[in-house]
Structures are given as C-alpha cells and as structure tokens.
Design a protein around this ligand. Sequence first.
Ligand code: MN
Length: 133
Amino acid sequence: MELLDQRPTVKGPADLFTGDVYYDMIALGQAPSLMRVNMVRFVPCARTAWHSHALGQTLHVIEGHGLVATRDRVFVMRPGDTVHTPPGEEHWHGAVPDRFMKHLAIWEGDDVTWGPHVTEAEYERACSGGREH
Ligand code: MN
C-alpha cells in the first residue's frame, strides 16, 4: 500500500464555475482505472457551469445544503444524500444561497462536456423550485 502525498487545494476556474469553488483531488486512478474523486467546496450561491459527464457522475454531500439541477428537475441535497447523473445528462451543482456545501464528486475519465454558466435567472428558478427532495 501507499500513503499518497496530499495535493494542494485547487481553486475552480472562473470559466467553469460561478462564485468561489475549491476542490481537492482525493483519487486519480492510474490507467486502466478511470477513477476520479474530488472533494468540492462551494461558498453560498457558487455553482458549476452546465456540463455533462460521458460516463455519468455520483455526488455525495458531506456538509451544508446544495442544489443539483438538470434541464427539468431540481433536488435540494443535504448531508448524506447521494445523487447520480447518468452519462450525457446536462446538469449543474452548487450551494444554496445561504449555506456552504461540500460534496464528493465521483466519476470516471476526463470526458466532461462543459457548457455555459448557470445564469442568475436559472439559479433563482432552481432555488424556488428545488423542494422536490
Ligand atoms: Mn457534474
């Protein structure tokens, strides 16, 4: 076995995130493994841009309250919640307006398709509609 060096926390780039987002790379599989695990921290209102994962993604909330939205659904996510987005499904994830949120992001490979930022109108709509949980 191996005790891995801790990698420095990375600030999420402004072209992919709105607001301040920081992530730690927890696991980065070596080929043939495609494993990817990041611990991601969002400040209130911070969120990813629209994107999809070619092989899907699983999110697991550690702390705070978050939102995850597709084009037609919104979930509020709380600690202990796990949300799966299937391959190719457009979505975004982030914090609610008045809480931080920390989640594990678990996916495979580097085939992520990024789209536009989530607009204020889209975010506000998700905030008011995200009571499906
Ligand atoms: Mn995602």
